[in-house]
Write a protein that binds this ligand. Structure first.
Ligand SMILES: Cc1ncc(COP(=O)(O)O)c(C=O)c1O
Length: 385
């Protein structure tokens, strides 16, 4: 029998069956009034998830495309950009800005720790002010959440644009795009939004539009002025992925039926469950509770090679766990608890991980991790982050 695959990687995440079913509906023409009303309704709903009144675009690309769209629409060669790097994806944002010709200053923090606002303030005070600050809300490579509200406060009343990658947190965490003063907020479909890969989402503030309008578009596909012109008619400038938009409609219906605050609370609860379970089996968590992600947890395994753990879990139990990226390659595993996942599956994943650790010789008592996770569910646990 072909083994069932259990995805516990932080994207793509499992897709609910009703979302999959919705995507099999017949494709409609993307210049029809039917399409325009679908897109308008989806944009209005995603704006609620983003907590924004800003313009919002649904791009046919993965999240990296939206990161590139924000940079390409604003950055001129030679512009100063301050990139806050707390892990692999912070570096990616910086790389994109460099590719588009920016002079990028990377402010790097210890991987596993968040951005230190005092260091950011010091960098800004040194001047001149950068054209943009690039930040990651939820650094998927370390399981750390950064204080975007704090960053927004530092940049308020400056001309500097704040671009935020919320690819692995939007839809799972309370993200206040407008209240925090984020000019470009970015996410993608295959994470907490419970869709397959292929859509990216980008909100654009009035402050950002001023910069975009004064800038000669350099990207053709991601020309945001073209996207805005088409959006006025309810369209996108190029052929959209209609099937994924049907899926998005179903996924959003799920989020709103549960209620966004309830969805956020569920993710915090699952993070506590996973953290308790991993600690119980002797794993060392990379991020402290105070800044731990609600969607993904990174851990070092006790006395066994983490790549062997991942390989055995996948080969013999169909359990897919992510590994470390960049400088953490080969040092950590990462377990996702975002999107369409429940207690039964998380307890199962923890039980398999514990079994694999034991098989590889780690000093773990049977059930030690699962017992702690179960206790966390039973008692309701404490606060996270
Ligand atoms: C924080 C973060 N940023 C950016 C990306 C890249 O997104 P995509 O793979 O959708 O291009 C990811 C994907 O894992 C991510 O987790």
């Amino acid at each position: 029998m072909q083994r069932k695959q259990h995805l516990f990687i932080p994207g793509p995440t499992p897709v609910p069956p009703d979302v999959t079913a919705a995507m099999t509906r017949p494709v409609i023409g993307h210049r029809s009034s039917e399409f325009a009303s679908l897109q308008r309704s989806l944009v209005a709903q995603v704006q609620k998830v983003f907590q924004t009144k800003n313009d919002l675009f649904i791009l046919t690309s993965s999240g990296t495309g939206a990161m590139e769209a924000a940079v390409a629409a604003t950055v001129e060669p030679g512009d100063r950009v301050l990139a806050l790097v707390t892990g692999h994806f912070g570096n990616r944002f910086a790389d994109i800005a460099e590719r588009w010709g920016a002079k990028v200053e990377r402010l790097e923090f210890t991987w596993g720790e968040p951005v230190d606002l005092a260091a950011v303030k010091a960098a800004l005070d040194r001047g001149p002010l950068p054209k943009a600050v690039l930040a990651t809300h939820n650094e998927t490579s370390t399981g750390v959440v950064n204080d975007i509200a704090g960053l927004g406060a530092l940049l308020k009343d400056t001309p500097t644009l704040l671009m935020v990658d919320a690819v692995s947190s939007m839809g799972a965490m309370d993200i206040r795009t407008d209240e925090w003063g984020v000019d470009f907020m970015i996410t993608s479909s295959q994470k907490a939004l419970m869709l397959p890969p292929g859509l990216a989402f980008l909100s654009v503030s009035p402050k950002a539009w001023k910069v975009i309008e004064a800038h000669k578009p350099r990207s053709y596909y991601f020309d945001l002025l073209a996207w805005r012109r088409s959006a006025e008619k309810g369209f996108s400038p190029w052929t959209p992925n209609v099937a994924l938009l049907y899926g998005l409609e179903a996924a959003l219906a799920r989020l709103f039926a549960e209620g966004l605050p309830q969805v956020w609370e569920r993710h915090r609860r699952f993070a506590r469950l996973v953290r308790a379970g991993l600690r119980g089996m002797g794993c060392e968590l990379l991020a402290q509770d105070a800044w731990a992600s609600a969607t993904v947890t990174a851990a070092r395994t006790p006395g066994v090679d983490v790549e062997e753990v991942r390989a055995l879990a996948r080969r013999e139990y169909g359990l897919s766990l992510a590994g470390g990226k960049g400088k953490l390659a080969g040092q950590i595993l990462r377990l996702s608890h975002m999107g369409y996942v429940d207690e039964l599956e998380l307890l199962g994943a923890l039980a398999v991980l514990e079994l694999v650790l034991r098989r590889l010789g780690a000093p773990v008592a049977p059930g030690a991790g699962v017992a702690r996770a179960e206790e966390e569910i039973f008692t309701g646990g404490g606060a996270l982050g």
